[in-house]
Design a protein around this ligand. Structure first.
Ligand code: NAP
Length: 349
């Protein structure tokens, strides 16, 4: 197969670096264009980027010149990991110029005509694209993936919603420092500390969970109806957002039923064997003290939601712990899987 050229908006940031790393040797896509702020434009990627990943910077991008975020020479397919202060306008400019923009930023996630997609959960929401093109009068498109906390939560909730129906969800997160970008949270704020506030995070997680688990009808998404409350905290962990979750279900179930619904969960990306699809979207750990970020974030190459500690709850019906890699499944890997889904559906032809 001839590889499709792709570009990255915000290529020098935490998520941008993950894109570069995940796209090295990708069977369908090849990075040919990198862009970031004016301060990075004109420099080589190696000069402009403060590379923070353990794997070395891929040789193919080291000497690539970083561009300004302006349409013109960019390839059709663009991954965006731009700072949300500017992502909204810049992504629209590229869609107007005919590009398919697959974004990590929060700006357009809740726009009614923009698909917010987890390929294992709501691939059909891509059908918003024709309406988006018509309404906005552009030939390009914007497709988004969820907030890094919403994604692990919703991957664990989706099998429960399908099998038993969700009535109530309560989630308390412990979110890694890499979720705040680079350089992120100052050391003196987070060292030996927990910060019980991440701006707008709780509202994003609640709204996005309802849209992701909502139903597509008459060209719009009808949000799911369960009650939900999120508490979000920043903790001193490098990578991996952990979540304590309690749920009430609409139909009767047991702990064994929940575990079975996660273990048997497979969806379109697995059926189609998309290159970035985890073989098991939800991995269940049986040990009493797992999942833990140190040991479990790289399950299925960082693309799985890992759950464990499933038990009954005295207030809601069941409680469990979930973990996902915030810059892989929660960001760059999620967008990459969206692009693979879109390619397999013919949206990038
Ligand atoms: N980190 C996570 O776990 C995570 C997860 C999900 C979603 N997200 C979202 O993904 C986006 C990127 O996050 P991040 O953690 O990678 O942030 P980051 O490390 O701060 O990187 C931001 C990127 O945006 C570029 N940028 C900043 N201002 C710009 C401007 N005026 N014009 C053009 N480019 C500009 C930066 O380029 P320079 O290097 O040239 O300044 C850099 O490439 C954010 O919207 C974030 O909310 C992050």
């Amino acid at each position: 197969m001839n590889k499709l050229d792709v570009g990255i908006l915000g290529a020098t940031g935490m998520v941008g670096q993950r894109f570069v790393s995940l796209l090295e040797d990708h069977p369908w896509f090849r990075v040919t264009w990198l862009a970031a702020s004016e301060k990075s434009a004109g420099k080589s990627y190696a000069e402009a980027c403060n590379w923070r990943l353990r794997d070395p910077m891929p040789a193919a991008v080291r000497d690539m010149e970083v561009q300004e975020c302006k349409p013109g020479k960019a390839p059709l397919l663009l991954f965006s990991s731009l700072d949300s202060k500017i992502a909204g306008e810049v992504e629209k400019q590229f869609a107007r110029a005919g590009h398919a923009v697959i974004s990590n930023s929060s700006n357009h996630r809740m726009d009614p005509d923009v698909p917010l997609v987890i390929p294992e959960v709501n691939p059909d929401h891509l059908r918003l694209i024709p309406g988006q093109r018509l309404a906005r009068g552009w030939t390009g498109m914007i497709v988004t993936n969820p907030n890094c906390t919403a994604i692990g939560l919703v991957m664990s909730l989706a099998p429960l919603e399908r099998s038993f129906g969700l009535e109530k969800v309560l989630m308390t997160s412990m979110q890694a420092v890499s979720g705040a970008g680079y350089p992120g949270v100052p050391t003196l704020d987070i060292l030996g500390n927990v910060i019980p506030y991440i701006s707008s995070e709780e509202e994003k997680v609640e709204r996005e969970a309802h849209k992701l688990l909502g139903k597509l009808s008459d060209g719009h998404v009808e949000p799911a109806g369960f009650a939900m409350s999120a508490h979000c905290n920043r903790v001193l962990v490098e990578d991996g957002h952990m979540e304590s979750i309690s749920v009430s279900l609409r139909s009767k179930a047991s702990v064994t039923d929940l575990v079975e619904s996660w273990r048997s969960f497979r969806a379109l990306p697995q059926d189609r064997q998309l290159p970035s699809a985890p073989a098991r979207p939800v991995v269940v750990r049986d040990e009493v003290d797992r999942p833990q970020p140190r040991f479990d974030i790289n399950a299925e190459h960082g693309m799985a939601a890992v759950v464990g500690r499933v038990r009954t709850c005295n207030v809601l019906q069941f409680k469990y712990t979930a973990l996902s890699h915030n810059t892989i499944r929660g960001a760059a890997g999620a967008a990459l899987l969206n692009a693979e889904l879109m390619k397999s559906e013919g949206y990038l032809d």
